[in-house]
Design a protein around this ligand. Structure first.
Ligand code: CP
Length: 329
């Protein structure tokens, strides 16, 4: 267990070593157990978290806010549009000023080619830790919750367990690429066999791909890429099919929608689940939510016995409480 995390930012998944991630998970299980037993765990009494949102949220907002209350502190919900950011407050000013008011600053800023830079600029000027509630590159708390869920279902030794991280078709909006990117760099650090599947236009960032390849080499798993969703699902123990935008191919939203329409067959349905381990009987279905039902996933799968989505969403609460307790105390 690694202690000494007080004051540390959590912006990129691999900013924390594997041992530090294991520490966060260990604390998360302890806090989950305490909540189940009704044991008080007010570790952040009198502390305050700023939650600065530039983008909509259901789970992230709810779980950070509930988590701070359960830890005995307070979370302030701040929407960028109702602040003076829209009239010129800079990232430096937010870091300098909110860093003096608050004990932690959590930010969701997903704008392509901007969000991650914004978080890092705030971090350079803040005396309080910066927590990434999702940017254009990473969604680290989602993947920490996913890791916790996979370990609960499959055991803590994840070496050589196969997960298919696949693109799926959606029509609602151009979803960020941060979830698949965070998945491939974090899960390869735990020795998993990660297969990434996507149509050719839906590439991820080259430096993230290189990091996943290096992790697979270092930690004894595999990392491979296919343009065939069925191939990725074959014998997988876990599938994580979700949509993301083709930001690396085009910035034109109309062109992006036209590209996506060629791949409407990329849905996680019962036929595809049967391709997975033991004909679908030994495979978990994961999605960070929100999902486009009937497009990304069939109701029979997301509402079926293989679906881990509610446990996955619950674990956001426990991992975030763990990281806040470790960094903001
Ligand atoms: N998974 C996730 O981040 O959900 P929200 O967008 O609702 O916060």
């Amino acid at each position: 267990m690694q202690t000494g995390l007080r004051g540390r930012d959590f912006i990129g998944d691999t900013d924390w070593t594997r041992e530090e991630i294991e520490t966060a998970l260990d604390v998360a299980w302890d806090l989950k157990r305490k909540r189940a037993l009704g044991e008080s765990h007010a570790l952040l009494r009198d502390k305050a978290l700023a939650m600065l949102f530039f983008f909509t949220s259901t789970r992230t907002r709810g779980s950070f806010e509930a988590g701070m209350a359960q830890l005995g502190g307070h979370a302030a919900f701040i929407e960028s549009q109702t602040t003076q950011i829209s009239h010129g407050d800079t990232a430096k000013e937010i870091g300098e000023i909110y860093g003096r008011y608050f004990d932690g600053i959590a930010i969701r800023q997903c704008d392509w080619n901007f969000g991650n830079q914004y978080l890092n600029e705030v971090a350079r000027h803040s005396r309080a830790p910066i927590l990434n509630m999702q940017d254009d590159v990473y969604h680290p708390f989602q993947i920490l919750a996913d890791l916790m869920t996979i370990m609960e279902k499959k055991g803590k030794d994840l070496r050589r367990k196969k997960i298919a991280v696949s693109w799926a078709y959606a029509a609602s909006y151009q979803k960020p690429i941060s979830v698949p990117q965070s998945l491939i760099i974090q899960l390869t650090r735990f020795g998993m066999d990660v297969v990434l599947a996507h149509p050719p236009e839906y590439k991820l960032m080259p430096r993230i791909m290189a990091e996943a390849e290096e992790n697979a080499r270092r930690y004894g798993g595999q990392f491979s890429v296919t343009h065939d969703m069925d191939e990725a699902f074959h014998d997988a123990e876990i599938v994580y099919p979700k949509s993301w935008g083709c930001m690396l191919t085009t910035s034109d939203l109309k062109e992006s929608a036209q590209i996506g329409e060629q791949y409407k067959s990329w849905i996680c349905d019962e036929r595809r689940m049967e391709l997975t381990a033991s004909g679908g009987h030994d495979c978990g279905y994961m999605h960070c939510l929100p999902a486009d039902r009937g497009l990304e996933v069939a109701d029979a799968v997301i509402d079926g016995p293989s679906s881990w989505t509610y446990d996955e969403a619950e674990n956001r609460l426990h991992v975030q409480k763990a990281v806040m307790a470790l960094t903001m105390n």
